[in-house]
Design a protein around this ligand. Sequence first.
Ligand code: IPM
Ligand code: MN
Length: 360
Amino acid sequence: MKTYNIGTIPGDGTGPEVTYEAVKVLKAVAERYKFKIDFTEYDFGGERYKKTGETLPDSALDEFKKHKAILLGAIGHPDVKPGILEKGILLKARFALDQYINLRPVKLFPGVETPLKDKGPQEINYTVVRENTGGLYTGTGGISMKDTPHEIAVQSMVYSRHQVERCLRWAFAYAQKHGKKARGQGEENTLGLVGKTNVLTYAFDLWERAFHEIGNSDFPDIRRDYYHVDATCMWMVKSPQWFDVLVTGNMFGDIITDLGAITQGGMGIAAGGNINPEGVSMFEPIGGSAPKYTGKNIINPLACICAGAMLLENIGEEEAAVCIESAVARVTSQKLKSLSVGKMGYSTSEVGDLIAAEIS
Ligand code: IPM
Ligand code: MN
């Protein structure tokens, strides 16, 4: 039987609860589609950091590299200063494993309430490809003359042609395979570049030139659009149906995908993948560790379950991935009262059971 080694990092807060449900669902789908998953759990996170001072040792990265993929619950602990775990674990893994794509679908499932007036699953169904290893996230910069009135802080938006190009090429290919035309939902497959060419005239000049050069020469069948990031936020609220696949830099991608998440029903459902197309990828719910709900069995596990579906698609188990997605769609439309914490009409583990039962 085909066997996959999957590493899990349940992490902090409600991370372990949602990871447990995702693993439950992955086991059910593996049984149905006749493959096997061997899970290895890693305890990186706030508790371990408090005990040992360790965030993510290099040895763990070597171990992750031996896995087919990683599933992560959540990172962030109320007793640990913000930044230590996020940078030390999450960003370290993304960078060290060179997961240069952050794939974040903005998809409203049937029966899910959206704050957008008169919009439904037809309108809210697009994908953001966020560049994941460059930009403002590289830590390039510094502080000089600290603690004087003349103190200067610099944080640079760093992009190389190489970084921009590999991200754009992946996004074009993604649009070709998963765009609206490919899904039978439109006349064209479209890639929209989200930038700020009117102010960031160096970084986004590079992005824009590469975008058109690559599009012209290698993806002439993909329609190209361009949006400033501020206008993108407006259209994500007013006319999300315009979007198909969007591609953008690291920071803009971080910001617009939180907006996207709330339009698809919130952090309870929003999933993402940190993808190294040539290496080991890591899938996670977009939301945080929600410490105040820890251990109450009320958090929504669907985001982590959807991250599990994205993981399966990434490792080539596409039918199993679609099976989970359809089960989620049936459960959101027929069973759950809401996607919000404590208001689902079911507990965390019951939601996991519902999805697993739909699958079996
Ligand atoms: C996300 C998060 C992270 C990010 C933080 C926790 C470092 O906000 O995955 O979107 O900014 O990438
Ligand atoms: Mn974010």
